[in-house]
Write a protein that binds this ligand. Structure first.
Ligand SMILES: O=P(O)(O)OC[C@H]1O[C@H](O[C@H]2O[C@H](CO)[C@@H](O)[C@H](O)[C@H]2O)[C@H](O)[C@@H](O)[C@@H]1O
Length: 379
């Protein structure tokens, strides 16, 4: 097995493997999905109706326990969904067969994918086992973290240790994604893809020269984001107990995970009132978080395309990108894979959700197991 190359076989191995798997085609079919939870991906603030936002905010908190009479229906919905989005672990052999002969590249969301969702965003650490799995994958394939969090602090190279790790856990600045992952050999696309950095360790790792900033399409918005951050801290964080505003450099997160549900409407109104003076910004929604972003045509899907281009894979048909994510914002990347007809999108979710991903994994522990299998299959 060569570094970053998959040892590959004939294309028909894909067909054979897929045919052998019961109920399985590659990628799995998309049908119906009427009963799935609807994901309103982005809402234009100008057209925002308070009621629909509140509904959407509540929908971002799936009910974990169902009343007994509803449990049967939920099981049927879940089974149907799993047929359309089978477990990437159960279908690993078919996936590996589909990737055979192709250049694999791996794209990983952070929160809810590499780390479990926790109440305090500053404490969303990933385990050492997960870090080792990601390190193993990155030693074999170009690997990127694609996150809503800010990328890193200004000069990560200055903080590098001998093994390419950066910083110790517990440092004050760990809330950025680089501080959590601490692997300098990866690509990072922070701020929902608006801050793309190349590896800062092992310059020859992907046959590319190490670079720091590769793409920052929203840099002109920095002053306005700073200004709005100040206003949101002053108005929302100060007046609504539990609200937390996070500065992700090119975008902002207004967290309501720790806010009483009765105050969600007020929180939304306050955010909207701050944003009404900034027509260049838009509001989207993630997992118990409102995201303030520049009104530009850029998202995680664009970041994925940019990274594939940067890696020299734009025109190649023998590329197999694997994208793993749990959030609404990851849907833009899943859609890119669908439209390219390449690779595999894997949604991390225990619950049926409308998604453009082809496969599913239930939780970060399964993501770790999947990454380990990827490493083992290419060792
Ligand atoms: O694209 P991602 O890497 O998934 O980042 C999306 C947002 O993730 C973080 O918030 C989420 O995780 C927190 C920690 O588990 C949780 O408390 C919060 O409710 C979630 O929304 C991060 O704090 C945000 O800045 C990211 O935009």
């Amino acid at each position: 097995m060569t570094k970053h190359g998959v040892v590959l076989g004939p294309e028909d191995a894909v067909v054979a493997a897929a045919a052998a798997a019961r109920h399985f085609s590659f990628p799995p079919p998309r049908k119906g999905g009427e009963s799935c939870r609807k994901l309103a991906a982005q809402v234009d603030l100008g057209a925002a109706v308070m009621g629909s936002w509140l509904d959407s905010m509540k929908a971002s908190s799936p009910r974990h326990r169902l009343m007994a009479p509803l449990a049967g229906a939920a099981d049927a919905e879940h089974d149907d969904w799993m047929e359309r989005h089978p477990s990437a672990l159960d279908r690993f052999d078919a996936l590996a067969a589909a990737a055979k002969g192709k250049q694999v590249a791996v794209f990983l969301d952070y929160d809810g994918t590499l780390s479990p969702i926790v109440e305090d965003p500053d404490r969303a650490v990933m385990t050492d086992e997960m870090r080792e799995a990601v390190r193993g994958v990155a030693a074999r394939f170009p690997t990127a973290i694609v996150s809503g969090r800010c990328c890193d602090k200004p000069d990560p190279a200055a903080m590098l240790g001998g093994d390419g790790d950066v910083r110790d856990e517990g440092d004050d600045d760990d809330a950025d994604v680089f501080g959590f992952v601490r692997l300098a050999e990866l690509y990072y696309a922070g701020s929902h893809g608006m801050d793309i950095r190349g590896p800062t360790a092992d310059p020859n790792h992907h046959g590319k020269e190490a670079k720091s900033v590769l793409c920052q399409p929203a840099s002109e918005f920095l002053p306005v984001i700073e200004e709005v951050y100040g206003a949101l801290v002053e108005q929302v964080e100060a007046s609504i107990p539990g609200a937390k505003v996070e500065n992700n450099k090119f975008c902002l997160s207004v967290h309501f995970r720790c806010v009483e549900e009765a105050a969600w409407g007020e929180l939304f109104e306050q955010v909207r009132s701050v944003l009404k003076d900034y027509p260049g910004l838009r509001l989207t929604q993630g997992r118990k978080v409102l995201e303030v972003r520049p009104m530009i045509k850029w998202d995680k899907g664009k970041a994925l395309e940019f990274l594939l281009d940067s890696l020299g894979y734009a025109e190649r048909s023998d590329v197999f990108p694997i994208y793993i994510g749990d959030d609404r914002t990851d849907e833009d990347a899943f859609k890119v894979l669908r439209s390219r007809g390449q690779g595999a999108g894997i949604l991390v979710s225990k619950f049926p959700k409308e998604t453009s991903a082809s496969f599913s994994l239930r939780e970060p522990a399964e993501v770790r197991d999947f990454l380990r299998r990827l490493v083992d299959a290419n060792t």
